[in-house]
Write a protein that binds this ligand. Structure first.
Ligand SMILES: [Zn+2]
Length: 101
């Protein structure tokens, strides 16, 4: 398995290099450089928090919860949705582990 230009970590997020050769997150959809890969890409994304009841209304979830919320992560440029997570209110972002080196 050779590593090519970018390494996909999600459908629309990849790790590539900027012009200085530093590793950065990029939006696969529009090519926008989110930021250095040292921390979670979620720190660079646009975050929208939604309640479970929103998702119940949309028919995505069948159970309501006051304890959990939904976080949606979007590209700041093209607004494609990168990821969705369900977390206990007030918890930090769930991290996607990207191996070092
Ligand atoms: Zn984008």
């Amino acid at each position: 398995m050779g590593e090519k230009m970018g390494r996909r970590i999600l459908e629309y997020v990849e790790i590539g290099q900027n012009s200085e050769g530093a590793r950065v997150y990029k939006c696969v959809c529009c090519g926008y450089v989110l930021g250095p890969s040292g921390k979670s890409f979620k720190d660079y994304a646009v975050v929208r928090e939604r309640s479970y009841s929103d998702y119940v209304e949309m028919g995505v979830l069948s159970m309501n919860s006051d304890r959990f919320i939904i976080r949606e992560f979007y590209c700041p440029k093209c607004a494609i949705r990168f990821d969705v997570e369900s977390v206990v209110k007030g918890e930090p972002y769930l991290d996607i582990k990207v191996s070092g080196d």
